[in-house]
Design a protein around this ligand. Structure first.
Ligand SMILES: NC(=O)c1ccc[n+]([C@@H]2O[C@H](COP(=O)([O-])OP(=O)(O)OC[C@H]3O[C@@H](n4cnc5c(N)ncnc54)[C@H](O)[C@@H]3O)[C@@H](O)[C@H]2O)c1
Length: 423
C-alpha cells in the first residue's frame, strides 16, 4: 500500500466509523455457547476471559501461550473457573504452546472466538491469523505499535467478513458513567469546546523473573519496559485516555508537540516514564495530556476534563463524573463519588467508575456475535493507536508532528529478537 492509499484508507476507515452498516443479521448456533480461545494467558488475558465466562454465554475452551509455565498456570486457573461455573474443564487437546501457538489456536475448529491478549508488538500478526481463519476476535489495545503495523491492520480490517465480529479492548467506553457523560458531551452540552486536560499517573510496572531465563526471554516477559514490544507508555497504557478524548470529541488529533523522558526508572528497557503532550484537534481544540509511570507508593489517577463555553465535564477513573454549567449533571453513585483516590489495576479490572466496564464490553461483544450486527472496531482502534504514536513521535523527535507527517513517515520498530527460539 503506498502512502496515498494508506491516507485514503485511513480517512475512509475513520469516516466509516460513523457509517457502519449493520451486518447481515445472522443466527449463531442459537443453543450453543460461543467457544473462546485465549491467546496470551497473562494478567489481562485471564481477567477478560474470566469476565466473558462469568458474564456472557461464552465458554473458555482453549488456551495458547508462548511460554509453557504461563500456559500451565492458565490451564489450572480456567479449569478451576470452569468447574466453579459448572462448565467442563479445558480439553488438553486445546492447549497450544510455543511461538506458533497463535496459528494452532486460530486453526482450531473447536474455537469460534480468539481473544488476543499478547504483548502489543504481536497484536496485528495474531489478528491476521485469527481473521484469516474466520474467527471472531477480541483484540487488546493497541492495534499496532507503529505506523506500518497500523496500515497492516487496516488491510486486515477490509478482509473481515460481515458475519465476523471484531472488537478492540477499549473497555472504558462501556463503563456506564463514562458512556453516560460521553453521550452528553457528544450532544454538545458543553457548548463550544475550548480545551481538554488529560492525565494518566500510574505506578511502575513490576519485574517478572523466571530462574534460568535467557536475556531474550527476560525481555519478552518484561515487555512493558520495552518500546518495540509495548509501544511505550503512551501507546500501551495512556491510550485509554486518548481513546476517550477522540471518542468524545469525535475526531483524532491533527498534530502534536511533546516532551518526556526516562526520569526515574533505572531498570532494563527503553520506555519513557513520563510524557507531556499537547495535541491539537480540529477547530484548534487542544488536549494537554501528561502521564507518569513510576513509583510504588500507590498513587493512581487517570481521567479527562473538558472545558467548553457552557460547561465543564469531569471524566475520571475514580471520583465524581459530572458536568458543571448550563446543563449540570452528575452520575448518581455515592460510592464512586466518595472514592476520589482510585486504585490501579494492572489487569485493567478497575473498580470505581470502571467497575462494570469489562462486564458490559463483553456482553455487548457477545451479543454482536450471537444476534448481530457484527462489530468491526479495527479502524477505530487504529485511529486511536495512531493518535498515541503521533504524541510519541513528537516527543522522541522533539518537534511538532502532524497527522499527515506521521502517516508519511512509515515508522517501523524492529523487534531485534528471534521469537521462534523461545518456547
Ligand atoms: N484493556 C486494559 O485495560 C488492559 C490492561 C492491561 C493490559 N492490557 C493489554 O493486554 C495485553 C496483555 O497484557 P498483560 O498485562 O496480560 O501481559 P502479561 O505479560 O501478563 O501476559 C501476556 C501473555 O502473553 C504471552 N505471550 C507473549 N508473547 C507471546 C506470543 N508471541 N505468542 C503467544 N503468547 C505470548 C506471555 O507468555 C503472557 O502469558 C497487552 O496488549 C496489554 O496492553 C490491557
Amino acid at each position: 500500500m503506498n502512502r496515498r492509499e494508506f491516507l485514503e484508507t485511513s480517512a475512509g476507515a475513520a469516516s466509516s466509523l460513523l457509517l457502519v452498516k449493520p451486518a447481515t443479521a445472522f443466527t449463531y448456533q442459537a443453543n450453543s455457547a460461543v467457544r473462546l480461545g485465549l491467546l496470551g494467558c497473562g494478567s489481562r488475558g485471564s481477567s477478560v476471559a474470566a469476565s466473558f465466562a462469568k458474564n456472557t454465554s461464552a465458554r473458555v475452551v482453549a488456551l495458547a501461550d508462548i511460554f509453557a509455565d504461563n500456559l500451565a498456570a492458565g490451564h489450572e486457573r480456567f479449569n478451576q473457573l470452569n468447574t466453579g461455573l459448572g462448565q467442563t474443564p479445558i480439553d488438553s487437546k486445546l492447549l497450544f504452546h510455543g511461538p506458533r501457538a497463535f496459528e494452532q489456536l486460530a486453526a482450531s475448529p473447536d474455537v469460534d472466538l480468539v481473544q488476543i491478549s499478547t504483548p502489543p508488538f504481536f497484536h496485528v500478526q495474531h489478528l491476521e491469523a485469527a481473521v484469516a481463519a474466520g474467527k471472531h476476535v477480541y483484540c487488546e489495545k493497541p492495534v499496532g505499535i507503529d505506523v506500518q503495523q497500523a496500515a497492516h491492520a487496516l488491510e486486515i480490517a477490509r478482509r473481515i467478513k460481515p458475519t465476523q465480529s471484531v472488537d478492540v479492548g477499549f473497555q472504558c467506553r462501556n463503563a456506564p458513567p463514562i458512556a453516560a457523560i460521553a453521550t452528553r458531551i457528544q450532544a454538545g452540552v458543553l457548548g463550544k469546546m475550548g480545551a481538554v486536560l488529560g492525565n494518566y499517573n500510574a505506578p511502575a510496572s513490576l519485574e517478572k523473573v523466571r530462574a534460568g531465563a535467557s536475556a531474550e526471554e527476560y525481555r519478552l516477559r518484561n515487555w512493558l519496559w520495552d518500546r518495540a514490544l509495548s509501544g511505550d507508555i503512551l501507546v500501551e497504557q495512556n491510550i485509554h485516555i486518548i481513546d476517550l478524548c477522540n471518542w468524545m470529541l469525535g475526531a483524532h488529533p491533527e498534530k502534536a508537540v511533546a516532551t518526556g523522558s526516562r526520569a526515574v526508572l533505572t531498570h532494563a528497557g527503553d520506555c519513557w516514564d513520563n510524557y507531556q503532550v499537547d495535541f491539537t484537534y480540529p477547530s484548534g481544540v487542544r488536549l494537554s495530556f501528561a502521564s507518569t509511570q513510576f513509583g510504588a507508593y500507590g498513587v493512581f489517577e487517570a481521567g479527562l476534563r473538558f472545558f467548553g463555553s457552557e460547561g465543564m465535564a469531569t471524566v475520571p477513573y475514580a471520583g465524581p463524573v459530572r458536568i458543571v454549567g448550563s446543563q449540570s449533571w452528575e452520575w448518581q453513585d455515592a460510592k464512586a463519588a466518595a472514592n476520589v483516590e482510585g486504585k490501579f489495576a494492572a489487569n485493567g479490572a478497575f473498580a470505581d467508575n470502571l467497575e462494570f466496564a469489562d462486564r458490559d464490553k463483553e456482553r455487548t461483544f457477545i451479543e454482536s456475535i450471537v444476534s448481530g450486527p457484527a462489530h468491526n472496531q479495527i479502524a477505530s482502534g487504529v485511529e486511536t493507536a495512531l493518535s498515541c504514536m503521533l504524541g510519541r513521535m513528537a516527543g522522541l523527535q522533539h518537534r511538532e508532528v502532524t497527522w499527515a507527517e506521521l502517516l508519511a513517515h512509515g515508522e517501523t520498530y524492529e523487534l531485534g529478537m528471534n521469537v521462534a527460539q523461545l518456547a
